[in-house]
Design a protein around this ligand. Structure first.
Ligand SMILES: Nc1nc2c(ncn2[C@@H]2O[C@H](COP(=O)(O)OP(=O)(O)OP(=O)(O)O)[C@@H](O)[C@H]2O)c(=O)[nH]1
Ligand SMILES: [Mg+2]
Length: 457
């Protein structure tokens, strides 16, 4: 256990609510709390994982009626002594009790510091620590499941297996170089090469999953574009199931960009509704049109809305040229399918983009749109894909580094280099994967070599 001081923070959302929790962790957690908490059984006599009823006092003044729970080291979140005070959930009360603790020598915790201690004290690894925040901020079932499995150590386990295999090879090479009489390297390169191919494929599947994983975690940046009056704001209202945007039959109703977060099953969309794009002399509208056109650039998904009851015109030509380089992530919505149609799906299909016929008036086609989005981003049914998804940029980067190192070994093998050249790159891969879980490496290598190969006997 690392030596540390005692920290405290409000653990619940700081707004007036029924109950609020203050969490205290560190070697003086019990003694400091005891100075402000009175109950039948003194805090230091309480058994671990029990709750006691009592009062918080400032000198002789009763401050609040509370429940205090105790988790003794090492069986706590941080592995230190942890005390949690459940008090009434008013911001003022919480702050008042926190200040009392500070006056007894406790220090304010930094953001994430409890989890950091859990990591530094070795209860969880880095991926598990990171998944705590992901779990808290998850907005849908898939995201929650993924964070929970990462917290349970699924990713750590997979990385551990990969690292074990790499380390085994390094140890084998080192041993063979040390003891060539007993350990042969004949035909070893071929064997190593096929193993590396296998490992690279596995790394690849994790790296590829990061695109889905990160979209799942942060949501799909979606922009709705089209001419004025085609039904863009109606689409936003339909998807968000509320009257978010003003809808009128006057072209040019929406002038600025409107943002709304929408959930479709397991997917979150961050939708921008934009001003209708057209030639205009109105200065304010022009700014809106420029913003609409610019918003296309950062979007993960573009919904181009067309009014099927009026012919396409120059403004559509202009919009289509803006979307030219984005066809892979654009869906055309042929709206107002409840009216007589003068625009055919065929003429829009020439753009090489999926076209879906919809009506914001009667809701037809909306389910097709939702399915098309799921297919576009998650290759079909997101909920049936229970594989682990990488949801973290840092993990993705380190996985790519590991893969690069393995391909350097493959290059060395192809060039017919001797085995001592392999070990360095293999260790780089091992270290990159280790950095994901936050592990140091040297000790592991030493242990592996000695335990598996009994060098020196
Ligand atoms: N019949 C029919 N009318 C629709 C449909 N969708 C939208 N409308 C109507 O079309 C008009 C324009 O709708 P909006 O959603 O404001 O269109 P917009 O594209 O946001 O327009 P701007 O903000 O001006 O760019 C409104 O009168 C809507 O009621 C539809 O599917 N069928
Ligand atoms: Mg609008």
């Amino acid at each position: 256990m690392l030596q540390s001081d005692t920290i405290a923070a409000i653990a619940t959302y700081p707004s007036n609510s029924g109950i609020g929790i203050i969490r205290i962790s560190g070697p003086d957690a019990i003694s400091c709390c005891e100075q402000i908490f009175r109950s039948k059984v003194p805090l230091h006599e309480m058994s671990t994982h029990t709750i006691s009823y009592g009062f918080i006092f400032d000198g002789e003044e009763k401050i609040d009626e509370v429940l205090v729970s105790l988790m003794r080291s090492p069986r706590s979140y941080t592995m230190e002594d942890v005390v949690e005070i459940q008090c009434h959930g008013g911001i003022f009360i919480l702050q008042r009790i926190l200040s009392l603790l500070f006056s007894k020598g406790v220090r304010p915790a930094e953001a994430g510091e409890f989890t950091k201690r859990a990591f530094l004290n070795g209860r969880i690894d880095l991926t598990q620590a990171e998944s705590v925040m992901d779990l808290i901020s998850s907005e849908n079932e898939k995201s929650r499941k993924n964070s929970m499995s990462q917290l349970s150590g699924v990713l750590s386990k997979k990385l551990g297996d990969l690292r074990g295999k790499i380390l085994h090879e390094v140890a084998y090479i080192e041993s063979a170089l040390d003891d060539p009489e007993h350990i042969s390297l004949d035909g070893y390169s071929e064997k190593l090469s096929s193993l590396l191919e296998e490992l690279s494929l596995e790394l690849d599947s994790y790296i590829r999953s990061a695109d889905d994983g990160m979209l799942l975690k942060s949501g799909i940046r979606t922009v709705i574009v089209g001419k004025p009056n085609v039904g863009k704001s109606s689409l936003l209202n339909m998807l968000s199931e509320k009257d978010r945007a003003i809808v009128t039959d006057i072209p040019g109703t929406t002038r600025d960009i409107l943002e709304e977060k929408v959930r479709i099953g397991d997917i979150t969309l961050h939708i921008l509704d934009t001003a209708g794009i057209r030639e205009t002399t109105d200065v304010v509208e022009q700014i809106g049109v420029s913003k609409a056109e610019a918003s296309v650039e950062d979007a993960d998904l573009i919904l181009y809305v067309v009014d099927s009851s009026i012919p396409l015109d120059d403004n559509d030509v202009r919009i289509q040229s803006t979307l030219k380089d984005h066809s892979s992530h654009t869906i055309i919505l042929l709206n107002k399918s409840d009216l007589n149609s003068v625009v055919s799906e065929e003429e829009l299909r020439d753009l090489g983009v999926q076209v879906i016929s919809v009506s914001m008036k009667d809701g037809s086609g909306v389910d097709d749109l939702k399915q098309a989005i799921t297919t576009m981003f998650f290759h079909g049914d997101i909920s049936s894909n229970d594989d682990l998804l990488i949801t973290n940029e840092r993990h993705k980067f380190l996985l790519q580094q590991a893969k690069k190192s393995l391909s350097l070994v493959q290059d060395s093998i192809a060039l017919g280099m001797t085995e001592d050249f392999f070990a360095g790159d293999l260790m780089d891969a091992y270290e990159s994967l280790g950095s994901i879980i936050g592990e140091a490496v040297e000790d592991d290598l030493v242990n592996e070599i000695f335990s598996k190969f009994c060098m020196g006997k």
